[in-house]
Design a binder for this molecule. Structure first.
Ligand code: PGA
Length: 243
């Protein structure tokens, strides 16, 4: 694991944007694994700005998102499909036919199996990740087996509380209790992984991921075995690192 410590979210997002844009420029047909949440918002804003200023094109880029809430329509303002359109897809020249977000409605088991087939046929060049305060990646909560692939998950109470605070105006009853998520095995197959983490609330999870034992109790610790994993974190999230 390579760890890059930046002053703050802004500086870290600019660094992450450089890496992302490099990949897109070097391979106009690159396959991007994307993430939602409060972590990548500045990165997406920087990518949009770069697209407008420098013309970086997403015309032939394919994207696969990590996860989606169970039971929300794509048009629901809290769905991750909506989030991606709002922050990135609506502002670049991506072909929406090349965009993939797990389906949280309909026959989700069948859709999850299809998603796994698509991921196997289209290996992700760079997988962007955030990390939960409990160490989850995607919606792979503590205890998720490392050979897991896209599946339906029950969200942990800590995740429901984090997401109620950040995205549902504190209305905990409105946060779905389940989600569909790529599994750890899907994530580990990406050629490169770039994980971002900001703020003191992530410091313990970051320490566990980097310096702790590899354990299913901290899903992100699986990344210790990834051959090309870069963490771009701010000083607050790096606070507990000792090595
Ligand atoms: P956040 O979530 O970006 O909203 O902090 C990250 C995650 O739960 O993976």
């Amino acid at each position: 694991m390579k760890v890059i410590i930046c002053k703050d979210k802004k500086e870290a997002s600019a660094k992450a944007c450089e890496i992302m844009v490099d990949i897109v420029k070097n391979n106009p047909k690159a396959i991007l694994g994307l993430a939602t949440g409060s972590t990548p918002t500045d990165l997406y804003a920087d990518m949009v700005e770069d697209h407008k200023k420098n013309g970086t094109s997403y015309k032939d880029i394919q994207t696969y998102n990590l996860d989606e809430y169970f039971g929300l329509d794509q048009s629901h303002p809290q769905s991750y499909h909506y989030f991606m359109c709002y922050h990135l897809f609506n502002h670049v020249d991506i072909n929406m036919e090349n965009v993939h977000v797990p389906k949280g409605k309909g026959n989700v088991e069948e859709e999850a199996a299809k998603y796994n087939e698509m991921l196997d046929a289209n290996p992700v060049d760079i997988q962007l990740l955030g990390i939960g305060s409990n160490g989850h990646i995607g919606f792979n909560e503590p205890g998720t087996p490392w050979d897991s692939v896209t599946h339906v998950v029950d969200l942990k109470q800590s995740t429901i509380e984090d997401n109620a605070r950040l995205f549902f105006d504190g209305k905990i009853d409105e946060v779905p209790r389940q989600a569909v998520s790529m599994g750890i095995a899907n994530i580990m197959k990406a050629k490169k992984v770039m994980l971002l983490a900001f703020g003191e609330g992530k410091a313990a999870a970051v320490k566990g991921m980097v310096e702790g034992p590899k354990t299913v109790d901290l899903p992100a610790s699986a990344l210790q075995d990834h051959p090309d994993c870069v963490l771009i974190i701010d000083e607050a999230a790096a606070k507990l690192l000792t090595k």
